[in-house]
Write a protein that binds this ligand. Sequence first.
Ligand code: NAD
Length: 278
Amino acid sequence: MTIPALELNDGHSIPQLGYGVFKVPPAETERAVSEALEIGFRHIDTAAIYGNEEGVGAAIAASGIPREELFVTTKLWNDRHHDDEPRAAIRESLDKLRLDSVDLYLVHWPTPAKDDYVHAFAKLIELREAGLTRSIGVSNFLVPHLERTVAETGVVPAVNQIELHPAYQQRDVVAWAEAHDVRIEAWGPLGQGKYDLFGVPAVADAAAAHGVTPAQAVLRWHLQKGNIVFPKSVRAERLRENLDVFGFELTADEIAAIDALDPLDGSGRVGSHPDDVN
Ligand code: NAD
């Protein structure tokens, strides 16, 4: 089974499906990531704030998988945007990950009240030039944050990692990304289990029609929309299930029915609004 790779606007490529480790407890991370690598995942999404980069690093080191076959993302936390802190922060992350460089480094949140996200992204440009990360991007950026970042640095981020699932599709941010050749990474691709996504007819019917689980139908919807996803689970059977999404294709009607789920009564954003995180 081959996971498709998508080209980024800087010429590098990224596996479209990966494994995210938000809320994987540090003590469980090495085991969970080792299992994910064994099952076939090659793209790992972590962050300094998750507190589990050491476990990711230990699993990678133990795997024996050549570095060039892996894609590792980590993120700069909100209190380290200023001065030359991003350089110190990435060095700490690289130490924990036991890597010389990551494949993708992101500004985790724009923290607009502090008005320092443009500075942070400008620092990421320097880190890329220094070879500490191959690609750079942002996360949780809304259109005004993106516009200003590009206008003031002259560099277009390779990705924007945003909350995105059927009931919350952020169409304005996605349209901006498409127009500027920025890849969308969808976090919370399954809505973090916070609403009954799997029970809605558009998802349940598509799953039944293809003999797959509702989670697989939703992941397939993301992939066919062009989103990069890295669903989280610490259970091996679910990791296998989440990787097994390349043997079927949703029809245009099934895609349209899931597209129509935003807005869905009683749901929407399951995480924080980017303006409220500072
Ligand atoms: P998710 O939508 O992947 O949901 C995870 C939940 O879904 C877990 O509770 C898990 O038990 C369940 N699940 C996973 N696979 C399943 C399956 N096959 N069947 C049924 N249930 C299943 O949400 P997430 O973990 O928040 O998002 C994925 C990744 O996105 C994270 O691990 C992290 O890497 C990233 N993320 C980034 C940000 C950010 O601010 N940039 C925020 C949250 C998450």
